[in-house]
Design a protein around this ligand. Structure first.
Ligand SMILES: Nc1ncnc2c1ncn2[C@@H]1O[C@H](COP(=O)(O)OP(=O)(O)OP(=O)(O)O)[C@@H](O)[C@H]1O
Ligand SMILES: [Mg+2]
Length: 232
């Protein structure tokens, strides 16, 4: 039985909670979820169902109103804000709809950036960045400035950046949302290859269900609750 890398227990998120007079929105309602190491989990559901809220909770970008989230064996509600940001930088990788590369830096500098943020000398960062950029078929562009490459190339670099810290979990919110369908399928294949070749765990939110044929597991979010499979 594979090891659990992510566990949510009774997680709810009520926006506006505890703020007198604020409108309260229950975006997540008692969500429990168990993700195994190496699993490729696709999260689908209609607009406003709570997908980004779920990903923001898992990504430790916001705290749940109630419930607990354990990542790689650490129960994260115990962490102070400063430990939380360190934990996030070292254990999680992020891929967003827009690559958000720093335009003034080269491709490889962008990929190395999460390691600089963590501080501490790491002699292997350069070679790891190179091999990841090779893996995403960007080996020929590593010294180009980020503003000199295409959107699809930028997203491939963003995936390499998301993997540079050897994270326990890579989180992606609409990673193909800004790409044409051909480029999107390259990006999807790439993530799936990373999952199968290096056993990387992915949690991916998408509207582009058809881009992700045969993934390990799909969950549907409906009104802040989680349902196994594709049920909408
Ligand atoms: N920062 C916020 N403050 C208040 N309400 C919010 C906030 N973020 C999201 N919501 C509300 O929480 C609910 C879930 O939103 P969420 O962004 O998680 O949906 P989503 O499934 O990602 O939608 P989409 O597919 O459109 O991206 C919605 O009703 C939304 O209006
Ligand atoms: Mg969203």
């Amino acid at each position: 039985m594979a090891e659990t890398v992510l566990k949510l227990d009774g997680v709810s998120k009520v926006y506006g909670y505890g703020r007198p007079g604020a409108i309260q929105t229950r975006a997540l309602d008692d969500v429990s979820l168990d993700v195994k190491r190496g699993e490729f989990l696709l999260v689908v559901g209609s607009s406003g169902s709570g997908k980004s809220t779920l990903l923001n909770m898992i990504g430790l970008l916001d705290r749940p109103t109630t419930g607990t989230i354990s990542i790689d064996g650490t129960e994260t509600s115990q962490l102070s804000d400063s430990h939380l940001s360190m934990f996030r930088s070292s254990r999680l990788g992020f891929v967003f709809q827009f690559a958000n590369l720093i335009q003034e830096l080269s491709v490889i500098e962008n990929v190395e950036l999460p390691c600089q943020i963590l501080g501490g000398p790491d002699a292997n960062v350069g070679s790891r960045a190179r091999s990841l950029l090779d893996a995403v078929d960007m080996g020929e562009h590593i010294h180009k400035r980020a503003n000199m490459i295409s959107g699809g190339q930028a997203q491939r670099a963003a995936i390499a950046r998301g993997l540079i810290n050897e994270p326990a979990l890579v989180l992606a919110d609409e990673p193909t949302g800004n790409l044409d369908s051909k480029t999107a399928s390259v990006i999807v294949d790439l993530m799936k290859r990373m999952a199968s070749e290096i056993g990387q765990t992915f949690v991916v939110v998408t509207h582009d269900r058809h881009q992700f044929a045969d993934v390990d597991r799909i969950i549907t979010i409906r009104d802040g609750t989680v349902h196994e499979g594709e049920t909408d």
